[in-house]
Design a protein around this ligand. Structure first.
Ligand SMILES: C[S@@+](CC[C@H](N)C(=O)[O-])C[C@H]1O[C@@H](n2cnc3c(N)ncnc32)[C@H](O)[C@@H]1O
Length: 275
């Protein structure tokens, strides 16, 4: 796999780090609801893979308590330091690992819960990663995945700049071998990888002006601006004009957005030797 293709599309800029901190807060209630359904025991051993700077670490630490073991794994070196600072600020006892999710270096059968959120849409080899996540889960342990699906993503009243930028973002993912809408496939992918007792849910947020995610499309378009311009369908001037007019539209008090669906699928690693 070439570095250009395997590279994380959103980079590790201060803007992306800021976005990941917001994502951790905004999506915390949904993650809590998922953890309620998984029924995690105190003192459990858990890992958040492709965790970015915070992911759901704070929620996991709360659930497993001081006797539990919480691990954060991510490949981007510059995010590790922010993750360390956030863990310190929030008084979280977390083990930080810098590694690729395809080859974590962790021992087999280590975790009661292996969780990943918005990791698989950013990789070209999601099946390989699922195999690794399954390997490090304990037999009977849970693998839980949360990934988006762009289908629901829109705004009302509609705006042409929203549709153009949305199409360009999805194309930027596709052209680098990634699938922004991988969420709709994750239950099937998990089933093929081996977990049993599979459960699936999908939810979407509706936002209004003032909500952080109201301008999510603009945040994402700006992070992948170079990849969009490289495709040659939109000039730099057009890009700037679209983002400017769309910002005004999204700030209008009547405008609502529906964010991408977030699919959640989870299942247990079989206890038999079938794997
Ligand atoms: C969109 S962020 C999600 C962060 C976090 N899970 C959350 O929900 O807030 C995706 C993260 O996956 C990481 N990542 C991408 N490819 C990876 C890989 N092959 N191995 C490990 N981490 C990876 C990126 O560095 C980034 O931090």
């Amino acid at each position: 796999m070439t570095e250009a293709v395997s590279r994380y599309l959103l980079g590790d800029s201060p803007a992306e780090v800021r976005h990941l901190v917001e994502q951790a807060q905004v999506y915390a209630p949904e993650a809590e609801e998922l953890l309620d359904r998984i029924d995690l025991a105190a003192a459990a051993s858990v890992i958040d893979v492709g965790c970015g700077v915070l992911g759901i670490l704070h929620l996991l630490a709360d659930r497993v308590g001081p006797a539990g073991h919480v691990v954060r794994l991510d490949r981007e070196p510059r995010m590790v330091e922010t993750a360390r600072q956030l863990a310190r600020q929030q008084n979280l006892s977390v083990e930080l690992i810098e590694a690729d999710a395809t080859a974590t270096g962790l021992t087999d059968d280590s975790f009661d819960l292996v969780h990943a959120r918005t990791l698989l849409l950013n990789v070209v080899n999601p099946e390989e990663i699922l195999t690794e996540l399954l390997r490090i889960a304990k037999p009977g342990g849970v693998i839980a995945i949360q990934e988006p699906d762009a289908n629901a993503w829109g705004c009302d009243p509609p705006h042409p700049a929203f549709d153009i930028l949305r199409a360009e973002i999805l194309s930027a993912y596709r052209r680098t071998g990634k699938d922004f809408s991988i969420g709709r496939r994750i239950a099937r992918m998990l089933r093929d990888a081996g977990p049993e007792d599979l459960q699936v849910r999908a939810t979407a947020k509706v936002t209004a002006p003032g909500d952080y995610y109201q301008t999510f499309l603009l945040t994402l378009a700006t992070l992948v601006r170079t990849v969009i311009l490289d495709a040659g369908r939109v000039t730099a001037d057009e890009f700037d004009s679209y983002t400017e007019t769309l910002r005004d539209h999204l700030e209008d008090r009547r405008t609502r957005t529906c964010q991408p669906l977030m699919w959640k699928a989870w299942g247990r690693k079989p206890t038999s030797a079938r794997l």
